[in-house]
Design a protein around this ligand. Structure first.
Ligand SMILES: C[S@@+](CC[C@H](N)C(=O)[O-])C[C@H]1O[C@@H](n2cnc3c(N)ncnc32)[C@H](O)[C@@H]1O
Length: 276
């Protein structure tokens, strides 16, 4: 099977964009600005710039987060032998999307992308460029609706075979009231032994007080509530799973490929764990 849509026919870009409220800043577009992308609007840029004044490391840090994503995917395909990915909180397509990194190692990898932001949906065509031996699909859905995600993803992924669940830079968009640990338990309950969970999560206990000011500023300027967490708050997200070496560490310290990787200032907690 080649790439396809799980949820809906590909919308006309113009029609989709007309549903996007560009007057309200959104984390996907703020993040796109930090990554040097062009899919952002003046209110997004104003928030991104204000945040950069609070924490000058933020731009380098988001690049460090993307670098962790790529290293984790290469590890999962190359060393762990995983061939299926459920990447939730995909973001606006950027360099080194999950399927590109995975299929560079094994062309037969299958990837389902999930995001709930209409602008990501509008640009999702760039994610549907699978190698013919593999597959990619995009689902417009909310992480808080695990049952819907699993049901729709089963059109592309075989849930009797290991799946790597990627929650990269998304869990801070889930408040404590929405029970992120419960969401993760439900997701990991849907995948078989031999599956993996990869998380990166903005920290509130690294590079403080800069990062604390960054989080407060983002919450002041955006309607979406963000919850940065400490290492002690992120660690339980891996309960019942076996963390692979080096465990839950600052993103740049997770199997760095170079001194440049290691020197990145990203204030995120990152880990990869196996379900046995
Ligand atoms: C900071 S971006 C991270 C993008 C990418 N994973 C990365 O790390 O480079 C967070 C993404 O999560 C998405 N998101 C936030 N809350 C979500 C939810 N409840 N369900 C699905 N996607 C969500 C946003 O729309 C945004 O695209």
């Amino acid at each position: 099977m080649s790439s396809g849509w799980l949820s809906a026919p590909l919308p006309e870009r113009g029609g989709q964009l007309s549903e996007i409220d560009t007057s309200v800043p959104h984390i996907a577009r703020v993040y796109d600005y930090w990554l040097g992308g062009k899919d952002n609007f003046a209110p997004d840029r104003a928030v991104a710039e204000a945040a950069m004044r609070e924490d000058p490391n933020v731009v380098e840090g988001v690049r460090g987060n993307r670098a962790f994503l790529a290293r984790a995917v290469r590890h999962l395909v190359g060393q762990a032998g995983v061939r299926q990915f459920l990447d939730i909180g995909t973001g606006i397509p950027a360099a080194n999307n999950t399927h590109e990194v995975a299929q560079d190692v094994a062309r037969e990898c299958r990837v389902v992308y999930v995001d709930n932001d209409p602008i990501v949906l509008a640009h999702a065509r760039a994610l549907l460029t699978s190698e013919p031996e593999g597959a990619t699909a995009y689902l417009d859905a909310d992480l808080r609706n695990v049952a819907e995600i699993v049901r729709a993803a089963a059109g592309t992924l075989d849930f009797t075979e290991p799946v790597a669940v990627m929650l990269i830079g998304i869990l801070h968009c889930i408040t404590d009231e929405d029970d992120p640990a419960g969401i993760i338990r439900q997701l990991m309950g849907a995948v078989p032994p031999g599956s993996y969970l990869a998380i990166s999560h903005p920290a509130n206990d690294i590079n403080s007080p800069g990062v604390g000011r960054l989080a407060s500023r983002l919450n002041e300027l955006m309607p979406m509530r963000l919850r940065f967490r400490s290492r002690a708050e992120v660690a339980p997200f891996f309960d019942g799973l076996e963390l692979v070496e080096p465990g839950l560490v600052r993103g740049p310290e997770w199997r760095p490929d170079s001194d440049a990787d290691l020197g990145n200032p990203a204030a995120v907690w990152a880990g990869v764990a196996r379900k046995s």
